[in-house]
Ligand binder design. Sequence first.
Ligand SMILES: [Fe+2]
Ligand SMILES: [Fe+2]
Length: 227
Amino acid sequence: MTMETKYQKIEGIVARELSCSAHAMEHVMRVYNLCLHLTKYELNVDRDVLKTAALLHDIARVKEFNDKTGNIDHSVLGAKMAEKILRTLGYSEEQIAHVKHCIAAHRFRSKVKPQTKEAKTLFDADKLDVLGAIGIARSFMIAGQYGQKIYSDISIQEYLKDNVVEEKADGRVRDISKHTPNLEFELKFKLVSERLYTQKAREIAKERLQFMENFFEKLKREIKGEC
Ligand SMILES: [Fe+2]
Ligand SMILES: [Fe+2]
């Protein structure tokens, strides 16, 4: 079986797993494409491992979402699901172990931190997907889902006191309906670039964050009737 056939089979399996969430599958394909882009700037990347891991990284996302116990972590379960799939497709034990590491280490809050170039690239591509034009589009889709306002003019200090656990920027938001895209940008997205591993991803993050900064500034002015 060629690698292309394997990727097609994996994409089909993941699409079925995520069939109730079109956004999740769209995200997977953006991360896959971004991984390919980032590899142009890195030497000695195992593209077979990276492409496979990118396609599989969120395979357990819907399972985590539907889990009422809160015990499912999609990076942990995803790595286990990937192992079974890759064995049936004839991947080597070494490749399977490597793909599993990439999946296990792809979240901010994963206990496992990315150790390899492939795992670092997947981590970065996944995080870049909350930034830039796509980040804005995604945050407004979420805002619509939770009945949030388009913009909030509250000061960050006041908001942290009012709606964030322990008043920490990375703390959990208490009432999601009081949250807005510009607050998410100030509290979370601005911190993303510090946590990226690859040089090219940091450059892309900088450009995407500037675009968002300009967008939210203009949004604020338009809301106030200033332009
Ligand atoms: Fe994920
Ligand atoms: Fe993801």
